[in-house]
Ligand binder design. Sequence first.
Ligand code: NI
Length: 140
Amino acid sequence: MEQELMRIGVSLPDNLLTKFDGIIEKRGYSSRSEGIRDAIRSYITYYEWMSDVKGKRVGTITLIYEHTKRGLSNALTDIQHEYSSIIKSSIHVHLDHDNCLEVIILDGEGEDVKGVAESIMSLKGVKYVKLNTAPPAEKI
Ligand code: NI
C-alpha cells in the first residue's frame, strides 16, 4: 500500500546542503526529497545495526573532529575516562591545523561499546564517527 507522504521543514547549514546536493546529483536522484528519504533510511538501518551490538565485543571507533571547537577535546577525554575499563588503547593523529583523527580500541560489553560511540556522535564538532565491532576472537 502506498504510504501517505508527510511534509517536513529542515534547517541545514549551507555547506552541508551543497555537499548533499552534489551527491544526489552524482547518484542520479530525481529529487532532493528522494535523496533525503534514502539518507533517512540509511540512518535508520545504521541505528538498527548498532542496536544489534550485544554481548562481548571487540571493536574500534574511528572519529574525526575539530580540536579547536570549544570544550570538545575535554568532552572526548571525559568520555574516554568514564569508559576506561573497556578502552584498551587509542591512536591520535593531528591531521591539519584544526582536525584530529582518533581510533579508539575497545573490548567489553556491546552495550558499553555502543555507549561510547553514541556519546561521541552526540558532540558538536565531531565530523565523522564509525563504529566497527566483532565478537571476541574465541567466538569467531
Ligand atoms: Ni590532534
